[in-house]
Every structure is written in structure tokens, then in C-alpha cells.
Write a protein that binds this ligand. Structure first.
Ligand code: FAD
Length: 458
């Protein structure tokens, strides 16, 4: 890419944005520091030349036009909660932050919301709820992540086992392309098969094909009341068997798993007084009839649960789900964490959990496990002391081993967090050479200069 100096990039951006827009561009290294990292702390980011804090799509277009002219990289950024290094800055880049693009309008008659990418997931949920409606996708980070980031990673979450992931709610996207043009893909109609379904190409593309500047998202009627089932297991494998059985019987609205180490990490912050012989906890939420809670209870008991209870109290259920959502930050207090995001076909869940236990023992590495178990999507949290070179090396090997195990089980290296930098070298093993080639041809067609989020997985 170009050797244009940071000062020249800042000057070009200010000139392109025009009078009265100078404050949109940041060139101060101290301020830019806050735009270099995401939550993948093991990824070492580069130093940006400038940050553009876009407020409208025209700001994004101006930034991309400058980047295309000067051939400097562009790193799109939401709220930096990504766990794969996707928003990590690269040297000399322009970081385009869409956090300040915060238009939001709910159309209850059409059951949709139109919003800017900077709206937080929780704000969209609240706005929908004010009209008696619901935006289901619920990453555990829903209070701190943006809709733009959710779209760019095709974020999942707890209720996705029944209600689908981000892409299932996308009717239309506004996108700025690599040459600075703005396009609208899709529209407000529920059904629309005119042309290729290009909006879905951009969902999950992690900022490598274009910058999302607006979205039209489907809403659902408010969800029915929920029951929550909590079950404790003497082994991780038996919990895995319970999950594999539950999903063949009912469609829970959430089905989560935490192993002992993850429970201990949460217990340090929010004591729950769990029986020390517990090896794993399964948390299921159902919004179906009472028979669903009974079927889940039965499946847990048959798999060997040592304790099963269920509550119809929404607040009590939310407390339990809240403990599950706290797991990643609680484990992060214990060391540097390489966060896996592997997924396997549902019947192979017990094998994946056994493989993680084996890999942790083989490499003498601490790997608490949590997961959206009902989707077969798990987050083994490879945790280590980064000041210890040997532990760092063993952890990296364990991290690789878990992704290899998932792919060998017919699974994926990423169920929801995206590839970013962390999983880039494992993608070819999953996709194979022909599909990787197809990805590269699409990338080249849309971004011939390779300026959009380079140095990541494509
Ligand atoms: C505690 C914790 C729990 C989490 N739980 C979940 C979970 O349950 N499910 C889940 O899916 N994720 C989860 N995540 C990961 C993260 O919150 C999601 O990936 C989220 O979608 C990222 O949103 P963001 O606004 O922070 O995006 P960022 O981190 O800023 O960016 C993420 C990616 O999207 C790109 N991007 C951002 N905005 C745009 C845009 N406007 N146009 C184009 N590209 C863009 C970036 O370049 C980057 O590649 C969790 C994270 C944390 C810290």
C-alpha cells in the first residue's frame, strides 16, 4: 500500500470532507489509541494514520474516496467488542468508526426498524419493545456492541437457537463500496427475490467488502413468557449428551452450557453457592408450553443430571442467564484469553467437549468452556499468563488443536464471532481451496485495490 504520511492522510480527509467537518477527522495519536484494538487482546494492532468518526454516510463515502485515491487501508469499526481482531487497526490505515451514526426509527405497522450502524443492540431492543415488538438477536454483549458490528459479523447469541441469527432479520442494507459509491441492497418488503441477494453477501463480511451505513431490520411480536430450566451434571460429557438429546425433542429459546472452570470464574464475582461436585451446568429457556420444560427436565435427568429445577419467574430466569453472559469477562480476569468460537453438528457435541478436555490436559492449559450449546456453538476460553513464554506457546497449540478438532468433526472454526485475524490461518482447512478461491474472486471484484480491512482473513 502507499507510503503516504499520516499528516497527508489527515489533510486529504479534511479537504474531502469540506468546511465545517474538520472535527470528524482525528489525527491525534492519543485519541486514536482508543480506536486501535478490539476485545481480542492477543492481537497486536497497527497504528492508524487517521480516524474518521462518521456521522452520516457522506462522511464514510469521503473517507473511502480518499483511501482509494491514496491507496491506504480502511478499517471499519463499530464499538470494538469483537473477539477475533476484525476491527484491529493496520499500519497507516484510516479507521472509519460508524459508532456516531445513530438514526433509529421503528415502523410498527411494517414490523421493522430502520437504523444507523452505531445503534447499540440493546437500544434497538428497547425501541422495539416500546411498540410491543422484539428484535431477537442477542449476543451476550448486547449492551455494548453496535448493530453495524452485529451485521458485519452476523452475530448470534443466546436466543438464536430458536429465533435465528442477525442475517435472519435483515431486509435491507445501505453500504459504501470500495470506490466510495453508496448502494442500497434489499428493501422494506418481506419478500424480495429481485436479483442476487447481495445484502447477505455483506452480512458477516467483517468489513472486507464494504462499510454498512444503514439497515432495515425485521421485528417480531413480543416473545411469550419464558420458563427457565437449570441442570447440574457430574461430568461435562453427560451435559453434552443432555444437550444433544434436548434439541431432538424440543426447540428451546436458549440452551447454554458452562463447565466447572467457567462457573468458578463467575462464582468469584457473583457467588451462586454451587455444589463443588458439579462439572457442568446447562441452562435452558423455553417459551413453549409447559410440556417443553418437562421434556428438557426429562432429557437432563436421563443424561445423569445431579440436580434439575425449573422456574417460571422471569426475573429469576434472567439472573441465571445474566450469570452466563458474565462468563467471558469473568474468565478474562484470570489471564489472557484466546476465545474459541467453534461449532459442530449437534450429535457431535459430546465428542467436541471430550476433545477440549483432552487438549487442555495434553497441553497443560486452562480452558474453561461456555457455549450456545443448542446451536452446537462453543467458546472454549484458552486462558494463560502472557508473561510466561512456555504457557503462551502451549496455549497457542491448544487453540489451534481445538479448531482442528472442530473441523475434523464436520464443524466450523467460527459460529458467530467471525474470522478476523485470530482464526485466519484455519479458514482454508474448513473451506478448501476452491471455496477460498471463490472468496478471493468476490473480494477482488468488490475491492480491486484490496483497501478494505486488509491483513485479516481474506
Ligand atoms: C463479553 C462479550 C460477549 C460476547 N458475546 C457474543 C455473543 O454471544 N454472540 C456474538 O455473536 N458475539 C459476541 N461477542 C462478540 C462481539 O460483541 C460481536 O462480534 C459484535 O457483533 C461486535 O460488534 P461491535 O460493534 O463491537 O463491532 P467491532 O468489534 O467494532 O467490529 C467487528 C467487525 O465488524 C466490522 N464492522 C464494524 N462495523 C462495521 C460497519 N459499519 N460496516 C462494515 N463493517 C463493520 C469490523 O471491521 C470488524 O471486522 C461478545 C463480545 C464480548 C466482549
Amino acid at each position: 500500500m502507499s507510503g503516504t504520511s499520516p499528516a497527508a492522510v489527515v489533510a486529504a480527509l479534511r479537504a474531502e470532507l469540506g468546511p465545517g467537518r474538520a472535527d470528524v477527522v482525528v489525527g491525534d495519536p492519543a485519541v486514536m489509541e482508543g480506536y486501535r484494538h478490539d476485545r481480542a487482546t492477543s492481537v497486536v494492532p497497527g497504528a492508524p494514520s487517521a480516524v474518521v468518526r462518521a456521522r452520516v454516510a457522506a462522511d464514510v463515502q469521503a473517507a473511502v474516496r480518499v483511501a482509494a485515491r491514496l491507496r491506504v487501508p480502511v478499517v471499519p469499526r463499530g464499538l470494538g467488542t469483537g473477539l477475533s481482531g476484525g476491527a484491529a487497526a493496520v499500519d497507516g490505515c484510516i479507521v472509519v468508526s460508524t459508532a456516531a451514526m445513530r438514526d433509529l426509527r421503528v415502523d410498527p405497522a411494517a414490523m421493522l426498524a430502520v437504523c444507523g450502524p452505531g445503534i447499540r443492540n440493546t437500544e434497538l431492543k428497547d425501541a422495539a419493545a416500546a411498540h410491543g415488538l422484539w428484535y431477537p438477536p442477542d449476543p451476550s454483549s448486547f449492551e455494548i456492541c453496535s448493530i453495524g458490528g452485529n451485521l458485519a459479523t452476523n452475530a448470534g447469541g443466546l436466543c438464536c437457537v430458536k429465533y435465528g441469527v442477525t442475517t435472519d432479520y435483515v431486509l435491507a442494507l445501505e453500504v459504501v463500496l470500495a470506490d466510495g459509491r453508496a448502494v442500497r441492497l434489499g428493501g422494506p418488503t418481506v419478500k424480495d427475490v429481485a436479483g442476487y441477494d447481495l445484502k447477505r453477501l455483506f452480512v458477516g463480511s467483517e468489513g472486507t467488502l464494504g462499510i454498512i451505513t444503514g439497515a432495515t431490520l425485521r421485528l417480531r411480536p413480543a416473545p411469550p413468557p419464558v420458563s427457565t430450566v437449570v441442570a447440574l451434571f457430574p461430568t461435562l460429557r453427560s451435559a453434552g449428551h443432555a444437550v444433544a438429546d434436548i434439541v431432538t425433542r424440543v426447540r428451546p429459546a436458549a440452551l447454554e452450557l458452562m463447565d466447572r472452570a467457567a462457573l468458578d470464574a463467575v462464582e468469584r464475582v457473583r457467588p451462586m453457592g454451587l455444589d463443588p461436585s458439579t462439572a457442568a451446568l446447562v441452562l435452558a429457556r423455553t417459551d413453549g408450553a409447559g410440556a417443553e420444560a418437562a421434556a428438557i427436565t426429562d432429557a437432563c435427568e436421563r443424561a445423569g443430571a445431579s440436580y434439575v429445577a425449573h422456574t417460571d419467574d422471569a426475573d429469576e430466569g434472567e439472573l441465571l442467564m445474566g450469570a452466563r453472559r458474565m462468563a467471558i469477562p469473568c474468565v478474562e480476569r484470570l489471564g489472557t484469553v484466546l476465545i474459541e468460537d467453534v461449532g459442530v453438528p449437534l450429535p457431535r457435541i459430546p465428542e467436541l467437549l471430550a476433545a477440549v478436555e483432552r487438549i487442555a490436559a495434553e497441553h497443560d492449559t486452562f480452558i474453561p468452556v461456555i457455549g450456545h450449546a443448542g446451536d452446537g456453538n462453543f467458546h472454549p476460553l484458552v486462558t494463560f499468563d502472557a508473561s510466561d513464554p512456555d504457557a503462551t506457546r502451549r496455549s497457542a497449540t491448544a487453540f489451534d488443536g481445538i479448531m482442528e478438532a472442530a473441523v475434523a468433526l464436520g464443524g466450523t472454526v467460527s459460529g458467530e464471532h467471525g474470522i478476523g485475524v485470530l482464526k485466519a490461518r484455519h479458514l482454508p482447512a474448513q473451506l478448501g481451496p476452491d471455496v477460498m478461491d471463490l472468496h478471493r474472486r468476490i473480494k477482488t471484484a468488490l475491492d480491486p485495490q484490496g483497501i478494505l480491512n486488509p491483513g485479516k482473513w481474506i
